[in-house]
Design a protein around this ligand. Structure first.
Ligand code: G6P
Length: 614
């Protein structure tokens, strides 16, 4: 959350910064701003409440000049979204401008000390405190900007990524990170800086990922230098970026979310590529095989995740217990990290995160490692913090996910979990070879099954129109499809702002059934599985109380078809992979309801794609 962009080189910085902010807008869109040092050496800040488009409208007529600048799109933590709280923040003298992603937890104490030393504040933010602290240190110690930033950050408790520019220092940006991501793009005589690589990809494919506790000195005339807060110089490790610009554009779709839903047949292919041997039919996740003993002898597997990744983990738990016969648990990373959990060195902890930057999941990884557990990451963003903090891992390879509501990452995560479970189960000899082959075949059938299911896009659109004005929804599922119900409800909540609850179908009798009336639509996943007959009974219980049923069924279903008010037909693959098929119409339903309600689908209110604060 919050996006940072920076540029220093020989181009006009303004277009680079604004374009970069658009790319990062998924990280927050409460306000936006930028700071430029103009050719006369003036440090100018432009910022306003609202989206990047509002900033552009406000700034463009002023024709901002400069070949060095920093910019920010905000997801508010301290202080309401308004012009004053927007970044960049000036120091008191207007000599220093700073953008910040994260939270400075001890900002009250630092602010009080600065007030005693004659500082006053224009905003309610923790960020302005840091801008003033850097200025105060620089003046009282008569030190360089780098030394002032180092010294100030040593006084700060919290998580942050920052970028700083200074009047009279027109060639240099100082950037630092602790628990919030920061990438530096290395061009020819120019440098780019961003919270993730998306603003950088069109200029260079050479990047440096800053590590925690590192400060970069980015000077247009010099080599990139990286130091620790204690001024030890770190090695600059330039990596090649694996991303293309077309992945960051809508490609003719009206929203990124719709594009990402429709991409899923291809992203599943990318996800399984090279991992299933077409001749032998064997699945290999190299990160698992390289750590075979850890998995084979695991006493327990604990998934840690947040949001949609947590829902995918529930399916992972089911898979691991089903075919690996290893006890598995799923934890909200935010609860796990503060609960003093029992973690053994022979536990395997699997951290699941699309962005690889979620603060709570990253902290859970660190906690698990400190207890000696082996930690495996399932991430999408290559080179992300969680991918780097784990002992090993498997990328889901679904390409950049821009829509705030996660879609293709969910199906990619479940696909990787199935491949992980198959790899481990084979090594443990815990799975019947026929079951193994059936799941492998299911994985191979997925792309065509998803292409099939996407053909009902128009039908789902019509259904969405009928239910646009419902105020509440219940989503029910059982077994592998209980998490699908949770995920379907989450999608609807996130982007349409309609209240929706996901529930295990049988548990409905213990509470939610009281909510059923003829105004409460219930979406039931009733595809063929072990509990199909039981789900049929649950549907009857709802019908008996006047509830409206939208059922997700197999094409050849005749039983539920007779009972349901509306049916969504899906192709059938092996049971454990059905959540991947079923989630697609539920994603589409949420999408079209949100569109009919006129919601901002790709940037729903209050949400951010990458939650890098607690
Ligand atoms: C935010 C996003 C969700 C995502 C969750 C976890 O809430 O809006 O879409 O599922 O964070 O993110 P992660 O990147 O760790 O999967």
């Amino acid at each position: 959350m919050c996006g940072i962009v920076g540029y220093v080189g020989n181009r006009d910085a303004y277009p680079v910064l604004v374009k970069g902010l658009y790319r990062l807008e998924y990280r927050g869109y409460d306000s936006a701003g930028l700071a430029l040092i103009d050719p006369s050496g003036n440090l100018n800040v432009y910022k306003c409440k609202g989206k990047v488009a509002d900033l552009e409208k406000y700034v463009a007529p002023m024709d901002p000049q400069g070949q060095i600048g920093i910019a920010h799109t905000r997801w508010a933590t301290h202080g309401v979204p308004n012009d004053a709280n927007a970044h960049p923040h000036f120091s008191q003298s207007h000599d220093i401008a700073l953008v910040h992603n994260g939270i400075i937890e001890n900002y009250h104490v630092l602010k009080a000390a600065l007030i005693e030393n004659g500082y006053s504040f224009r905003s309610d933010t923790d960020t302005e405190v840091l801008a003033n602290l850097i200025e105060y240190v620089r003046r009282t110690n008569d030190c360089s900007l780098l030394e002032a930033v180092q010294s100030a950050l040593k006084q700060v408790i919290g998580a942050y990524a920052i970028a700083v520019v200074e009047k009279g220092n027109p060639d240099e940006i100082i950037a630092a990170r602790k628990s919030s991501p920061m990438v530096i793009g290395v061009g020819e005589g120019e440098f780019f800086l961003a919270s993730d690589a998306t603003p950088i990809v069109e200029y260079t494919d050479r990047v440096v990922y800053l590590n925690d506790g590192e400060i970069a000195v980015i000077n247009r005339n010099k080599e990139l230098k990286v130091f620790t807060f204690d001024n030890q110089e770190s090695r600059v490790d330039i990596k090649r970026l694996q991303m293309s610009i077309s992945q960051l554009e809508k490609g003719g779709y009206s929203h990124f979310m719709l594009k990402e839903i429709h991409q899923q047949p291809e992203t599943i292919v990318d996800c399984i590529r090279g991992r299933i041997n077409s001749e032998s039919g064997l699945v290999t996740l190299s990160g698992v095989i390289a750590n075979r003993e850890k998995f084979v002898n695991a006493r327990r597997i604990i998934f840690v995740a947040c949001g949609t990744s947590w829902h995918a983990s529930l399916i992972g738990e089911h898979l691991i217990e089903d075919i690996c016969r290893i006890p598995a648990e799923v934890e909200y990373a935010s609860e796990f990290r503060y609960r003093n959990p029992v973690i053994h060195p022979d536990d395997v902890v699997i951290a699941v995160s699309q962005s690889g930057e979620t603060a709570d999941t990253l902290a859970a990884v660190e906690l698990a490692r400190s207890h000696g557990a082996f930690v495996f990451g399932i991430c999408n963003v290559i080179g992300s913090s969680i991918a780097r903090a784990t002992d090993s891992g498997a990328y889901i390879h679904v390409g950049p996910e821009i829509g705030v509501a996660s879609t293709k990452a969910f199906t990619g995560q479940v696909t990787v979990m199935a491949m992980l479970a198959l790899t481990v189960a084979r090594e443990r000899e815990s799975v019947d070879p026929a079951v193994y082959t059936e799941i492998v075949n299911g994985l191979l059938e997925l792309p065509s099954a998803l292409n099939e299911v996407l053909k009902i896009d128009g039908q789902i659109k019509d259904l969405a129109k009928i239910f646009t004005y419902a105020r509440n929804f219940i989503y029910l599922g059982r077994g592998y499809n209980y998490p699908t119900a949770l995920e379907g409800a989450l999608k609807l909540k996130e982007i349409s702002y309609i209240h929706a609850e996901g529930y295990p179908a049988a548990e409905m009798k213990h509470g939610p059934i009281a909510l059923i009336d003829n105004e409460m639509p219930t979406i039931v996943v009733a595809v063929p599985d072990k509990t199909y007959e039981k789900t049929v009974s649950n549907i009857q219980e709802i019908k008996a109380r006047g509830g409206k049923i939208i059922a997700v069924i197999a094409r050849d279903d005749t039983t539920v078809r007779r009972m349901a008010d509306y049916c969504i037909e899906v192709p059938v693959v092996t049971e454990c992979l059905m959540p991947i098929v079923v989630s697609i119409p539920l994603q589409l339903l949420a999408y079209y309801i949100a569109v009919y309600k006129g919601r901002d689908v790709d940037q729903p209110r209050n949400l951010a794609k990458s939650v890098t604060v607690e």
